[in-house]
Design a protein around this ligand. Sequence first.
Ligand code: FUL
Length: 472
Amino acid sequence: MVEAYKRAAQVVPSERQLNWQKLEFYAFCHFGMNTFTGKEWGDGKASPELFNPTDFDAEQWAKAIKDGGMSAMILTCKHHDGFCLWPSAYTDYSVKASPFKNGNGDVVKEVSDACRKYGLKFGIYLSPWDRHEESYGKGEEYNEYYKNQLRELLTNYGDIFCIWLDGACGEGKNGKVQEYDWPGYYKVMRELQPNATINVCGPDVRWVGNEAGVGRESEWSVVPSYYSINEFTAENSQKEDNKKFRKSHSRMIMDMGSRKVIADADELIWYPSEVDVSIRPGWFFHESENYKQKSLKKLMKIYLSSVGNNSTLLLNIPPDKTGKIYETDVLLLDSFRRTLKRRFPNDLLKNAKVTASSNSENAKNIISSDDTLFWQADEKDEKPEIVFEFPEKTEFDALVLQENIATGQQIEKFSVYIEQFGTWRKISKKTVIGYKKIITFKRPKKTKKIKIRIDSYRVKCTLNRVEAHKSE
Ligand code: FUL
């Protein structure tokens, strides 16, 4: 059999995975019965009478998220308590039975419309675990219920970019056991929304493995196929409502794709990672957490750890009881967008001269903003090098590197050098790149030339883009 790393080099993303990856940073909105009961995990017994946002404004959410620099939003259409934010024909436990708009409201409709108006993609979260629905635990009967709800959500609300399937279940040993018909669910999804990625308990996007906002330094998008088994995801997901769980990443598997890990794997798949984390301690809004939002510094750390490490960032901003995103959260999002802009203000390599140790004539593709253009080293080039020369000595304190993932992920190790006093000085040594790798430096580096050396790669070596920035 061909060595695993050579097989890994051939694995490429599907078009839907590629489009999803480019979204980079998008929002989660946890909103529902828990918003009104103050819980994180509702038991499905709360009266629909309690759901009553008095000043509901989906456009305010969409605007805040757009202004926060995000590209999409995923709404919890049904959380574990089973309460539906749309008037589902298959249950009475929904907005239909609530005082919200006298039972004539449809949160999913208003939010999906608002997303489209503000140029955000819209995605749905439909919890498989349902603590209200009577058929839960009765096998096929619940599976039919779940599929019917999927059909409603995937038919009536326009294009859906992502379907997020939570692995959490708190039934415990003596609770109800429901065998989910995953293949049946996926069939409905692919039929009705073929472009949507199915995340977490699904084949397209992998949960990073914690809710604390921590990504892996060496994040491989090519991993053994056993990591896409839903039981594996569920095993590591929440099994009880637990604050500590949201803060810890101690159980995360750190290496999912090195040569050593994939060596004995039969099948390798493209299964990229997503980091989901809340801007507040809880996933739902709680008044008591109004002063406990993450700081700008912490948000930047999370961004660098996720987007900067070949993951995407799914940041949760939970709307409050009035049906709006809380004012200080809106301000925080806006400040964060501005902070990002100041951290990565302007690509300094735009006007650099680029040469490479092989196929140098294509090296300028690396600084082109056209993302269909890329550079690939000659396969005989064992230690490819790319040199960027600024028109004059320039200061930078961040580098953004991108592999051309449309043709796979292959870079295993690389080093960065700057020219100083006529010699090359190494300033950084890293492992993988993938869709995006961000390297930041505490102190700015001043130089006329930057060199990137690929120390190890799997069969092919490509770069789609490299940028250098100096924070303001
Ligand atoms: C977890 C759930 O149990 C939380 O309530 C939340 O929805 C989070 C995104 O996923 O597994």
